[in-house]
Write a protein that binds this ligand. Structure first.
Ligand SMILES: *Cc1c(COP(=O)(O)O)cnc(C)c1O
Length: 456
């Protein structure tokens, strides 16, 4: 087979800087050893997130110029609505400024104190919005999802037995809706099978509980179904996506992922009452229902991006790069979560740095080593992000210590990946010299964004 190439050429470039090692040391020290506090221009390869960091196509840039910025009923809105409906086939469409705005209005209009929302795995903003209105966010990930090494095709699936138990224990009247996150971001970007979506829908239908899809990576999930699930090899990704949404009653979306846009989101639903309640709060919080917090040009960009994400060649190329990295890591014996996810590779920092105890934050040790070695910015998903305290204020480490390398869409080429692999390999070779960190300052909430560290 020939090399899979990037299915685009580049006609606009953005320079990236390579600092010297000593400049990187100074930059990291100035950032209190927290990569969130670095200047982006001091990062050579920025893998902090795949959210809103993608590159737009010529079609998208061109569409911005013909956008209609009318307050109400603009042409751009009509294009946006038509695109979203073609994919989701839902009756009501509401733009929002990003995914969490859709989540917060959904939570505020449909949930009350004491309610329960099951999900395969809640994303952090989804969980926060559910909990903010006093409801309980329950994760019902299947058993495979907990095994870092097991190579099964749909590790993002929901556990059907756990779902049935959850409904039996809480009662359907306490569950205003159930969610499915595709792909499962928190669970390592792992996909959900069509069979699982269908089974979940069946169980919910028996109890009259609506299904809401958290659709941020719907196109990547459709690609995984195409590649891995029997019966979908001949179907275009658009058709697979439509089938996914046909099982749902509503969906929330962050267009910063598979919308291939730098900002935007939406909410869709079929129920008129849901739509009515959503619209009332949307006007209060986001804007008039035909722009919902977005400029006409954002609506144009998303209307195109949603379809570009469903382009098969694009998905083949995207997954080829992620898998390329996975294969190289495997050959080098470097520990990571298998199989690789749709938008990211997760390094296992506990296995990478077994000599660093959890409360010296091996994830931060690895993140900082990658930056110092090659200017690569990644993010810790471990005891700093998820650690908790017991009654005596003693810190409890998180069960997993991971480092996520998330890949912006259409931004980096294969040589960037080769460079990344060289950096990881060098860090792996010198891993015995990597030490942990201690926290010198932390805020009360979401400490990982702004806390300060010093080397142990
Ligand atoms: C990014 C994301 C969100 C939130 O979207 P924002 O646009 O960042 O507000 C919700 N769910 C999942 C699975 C996500 O990845």
């Amino acid at each position: 087979m020939r090399t899979i190439i990037e299915p685009f050429r580049i006609k606009m470039t953005e320079p990236i800087r390579q600092l010297s090692r000593s400049d990187r040391e100074n930059a990291l020290k100035k950032a209190h050893y927290n990569v969130f506090l670095l200047d982006a221009e001091d990062c050579c390869i920025d893998l902090l997130t795949d959210s809103g960091t993608g590159a737009m196509s010529t079609e998208q840039w061109a569409a911005m110029m013909v956008s209609d910025e009318s307050y109400a009923g603009s042409k751009s809105w009509k294009k946006f609505k038509a695109a979203v409906q073609e994919i989701t086939n839902m009756r009501h469409v509401f733009p929002t400024h990003q995914g969490r705005a859709a989540e917060s209005i959904l939570a505020e209009t449909r949930l009350k104190k004491g309610d329960v929302v099951p999900n395969n795995s809640h994303f952090d903003t989804t969980r926060a919005n559910v909990e903010y209105v006093g409801a309980r966010a329950v994760d019902l990930l299947g058993e495979d999802g907990f095994d870092l090494a097991r190579e099964t095709p749909f590790k993002g699936n929901m556990d059907i037995e756990k779902l049935e138990r959850c409904i039996a224990e809480n009662g359907a009247e306490k569950i205003p809706f159930c969610m499915m996150t595709v792909t499962n971001n928190t669970g390592g970007g792992q996909p959900v099978s069509m069979a699982n979506i269908r089974e979940v829908k069946n169980v919910l239908s028996n109890h009259g509980i609506p299904l809401v899809i958290d659709a941020c990576r719907y196109a990547e999930n459709a690609y995984f179904i195409h590649e891995r699930e029997a019966g979908y090899k001949e179907k275009p990704l658009l058709e697979i996506a439509r089938e996914m949404f046909s099982n749902a009653d509503a969906a929330t979306m962050s267009c910063k992922k598979d919308g291939l846009a730098n900002i935007g989101g939406f909410f869709v639903c079929n129920d008129d009452q849901w739509a009515n309640d959503f619209q009332n709060l949307l006007i209060l919080r986001e804007g008039f229902p035909t722009y919902g917090g977005l400029a006409g040009r954002d609506l144009e960009v998303i209307a195109i991006g949603l379809f570009e994400a469903l382009d098969y060649d694009y998905q083949v190329y995207r997954h080829a790069t992620v898998e390329y990295l996975g294969r190289k890591l495997q050959r080098l014996g470097i520990p990571f979560v298998r199989p690789v996810g749709g938008h990211a590779v997760f390094l296992d920092s506990k296995a990478f740095l077994p000599h660093v105890p959890p409360l010296h934050y091996p994830g931060i040790g690895l993140v900082n080593a990658l930056y110092l070695e090659g200017g690569v910015r990644s993010v810790e998903l471990g005891s700093v992000m998820f650690g908790r305290k017991d009654q005596d204020e003693k810190e409890i480490p998180a069960p997993l210590e991971l480092v996520r390398l998330a890949f912006p869409r259409r931004v980096y080429t294969q040589s960037h990946f080769d460079y990344l692999i060289e950096v990881i390999e060098e860090v792996w070779r010198n891993r015995k010299d990597i030490r942990g960190y201690r926290i010198t300052y932390q805020p009360q909430f979401l400490r990982h964004f702004t806390c300060h560290f010093e080397p142990v």
